[in-house]
Design a protein around this ligand. Structure first.
Ligand code: ADP
Length: 505
């Protein structure tokens, strides 16, 4: 790497990592891709090349699956007592914390997010999920089940269930929280006893590569348990999703690609879990603590530049408070400092890629042409080579506008007033989307809050808060927002099979 692409002083480990020729990690070894091809990873704040990664293809996926299959079938991972596996998973959490500064810097350089945010959220959430899942390794239990079989009168049986690891899992992750998404995937799969082939997003493979390098250097995981193939979605992701010796594929990304994954998985009917897009409503009642609701609704859409599947991108505010709310959010939007993620004063970094810049700026233009009123932002600028979009608030939007229907995945909120407090009607508006990932409700009326929570068709409902995540809370979607849940003990269902055993006494 040409050091001049880095405008900021970075941790020594980051500098030497970026200077390396990145490889694939298969069977406990760093190997070259059989394609001999590479792809560039860019700094979204400048558009300059940051690193060059191996462009894995179906041959590499095949080798990685073989390594994971061999590690699984030989019992190299499941054969380790659960408490020892738990200790190893816990140590991965410690390794992340010990390398927190460099991982936060890599995440900021690669994804564009502010380095302070990566340090305060992405990195500690990542170590936390390993520690949470470490505890589950010893608690994946079955049940004893009393049975009474009508066609064998007088017979006595002892029946029980065991939960076994599903086997080799392919994990395909997106670019919005690269390290955290790797952690959400790897930690529960290891706890359940699975072996893994991970395919990070081509835009942001660096933190996953470095995490696996750190784990490799520590020597704590047996060879073949965790494999990593970098590459493009069609070249490396698709063969992983369709591979006949992969037992399960776990995907986080767009709904469009999620649908392709399910088709690809059909060949051997591998299990599929999907965490997909969203168009989450933020609903503000007039009795809410309005200042808190304004700050919360702004953060709901502007956190991570709106590049969150659960971003509060549809804002419903009661007409009595609509102007105050939109003015408040607009004021916050206008004050957010947009700049390179590695600048410690930056509050919102660039979007991850030119593709996302074009997509989000296109939505802003379509909102304007469909009659939406821009009350904050509406500006975007890539003249410096970086992909900067300013936090944008649209008022006068309605459910028929493209901007309101489709997932933008950028810092753009569409505000609509509601006039009465008929919960059925509000819930219908909130549910008027093909997605069902999350929602937030802002009110002091506890009865309204709980009633609305029960009517909203989404996997997460936050009340007087938004974007609250914890390793122990399940997260995932209704409708086209996905299948299955990430985190909490719910995620273990993605990585286990239930076996019923019956003994004739
Ligand atoms: P986004 O649209 O937000 O960029 P994607 O859903 O395209 O997100 O990408 C998420 C992940 O899915 C990435 O790792 C990407 O490489 C991968 N991917 C993209 N296309 C495919 C595909 N056809 N099959 C499998 N994985 C894919």
């Amino acid at each position: 790497m040409d050091a001049s692409v880095l405008n900021y002083t970075v941790n020594d480990n980051v500098a030497s990592f970026l200077n390396k020729n990145q490889k694939l990690y298969i069977g406990g070894k760093w190997v070259d891709t059989s394609s001999s091809k590479t792809f560039d990873v860019e700094d979204p704040a400048t558009g300059k090349k940051l690193s060059s990664c191996a462009a894995g293809n179906s041959n590499d996926i095949d080798l990685a699956v073989k390594a994971a299959r061999e590690a699984f079938d030989s019992g190299r991972w499941t054969g380790i007592p659960a408490n020892e596996r738990g200790k190893i998973i816990w140590k991965i959490g410690d390794l992340i914390d010990n390398h927190a500064e460099e991982l936060a810097q890599l995440e900021s350089l690669d994804n564009g997010k502010p380095v302070a945010v990566a340090g305060a959220a992405d990195v500690p959430l990542s170590s936390d999920i390993f520690r949470y899942m470490a505890g589950w390794a010893t608690k994946i239990e079955g049940e004893t089940i009393p049975i009474s079989v009508p066609y064998t009168p007088g017979a006595q049986y002892h029946s029980y269930t065991v939960k076994e690891p599903v086997g080799v899992v392919g994990q395909i992750i997106p670019w919005n929280f690269p390290l955290l998404m790797a952690a959400w995937k790897i930690a529960p799969a290891l706890a359940a006893g699975c072996t893994i082939v991970l395919k990070p997003a081509e835009q942001t493979p660096l933190s996953a590569l470095r995490l696996i390098e750190i784990i490799h250097d520590s020597g704590i995981l047996p060879d073949g348990v965790l494999n990593l193939v970098t590459g493009l979605g069609e070249d490396a992701g698709a063969p992983l999703a369709s591979h006949p010796h992969v037992d399960k594929v776990a995907f986080t990304g767009s709904t469009e690609v999620g649908k392709l994954i399910t088709k690809a998985a059909a060949g051997n009917l591998k299990k599929v879990s999907l965490e997909l897009g969203g168009k989450s409503p933020t609903i503000i009642f007039p009795d809410a603590d309005i200042d808190a609701a304004i700050a919360g609704a702004a953060s709901a859409i502007f956190f991570n530049h709106g590049q969150c599947c659960c971003a509060g991108s549809r804002l419903f505010a009661h007409e009595k408070v609509f102007d105050k709310v939109t003015e408040g959010i607009s004021k916050i939007a206008d004050q957010i400092k947009v700049g390179p993620g590695m600048d410690t004063s930056t509050e919102m970094g660039p979007l991850v890629s030119d593709e996302q810049f074009q997509k989000v700026s296109g939505y802003i233009e379509s909102g304007k042409s469909e009659g939406g009123e821009v009350v904050a932002g509406g500006k975007y600028d890539n003249s410096s080579g970086g992909h900067f979009v300013h936090p944008t608030v649209f008022a006068k939007t309605n459910a028929d506008m493209t901007l309101v229907k489709e997932e933008i995945f950028g810092p753009v909120v569409c505000a609509q007033p509601f006039s009465d407090e008929n919960l059925e009607k509000i819930a219908n508006e909130a549910n008027n989307t093909t997605f069902g990932l999350a929602a937030s409700v802002w009110t002091k009326n506890i009865s309204v809050a709980h009633k609305l929570a029960s009517k909203i068709r989404a996997g997460t409902v936050w009340i007087n808060c938004h974007n609250i995540f914890d390793a122990s809370l399940p997260f995932g979607g209704f409708k086209e927002s996905g299948w299955g849940r990430e985190m909490g003990h719910e995620v273990l269902k993605n990585y286990t099979e239930v076996k019923a055993v019956t003994v004739n006494l």
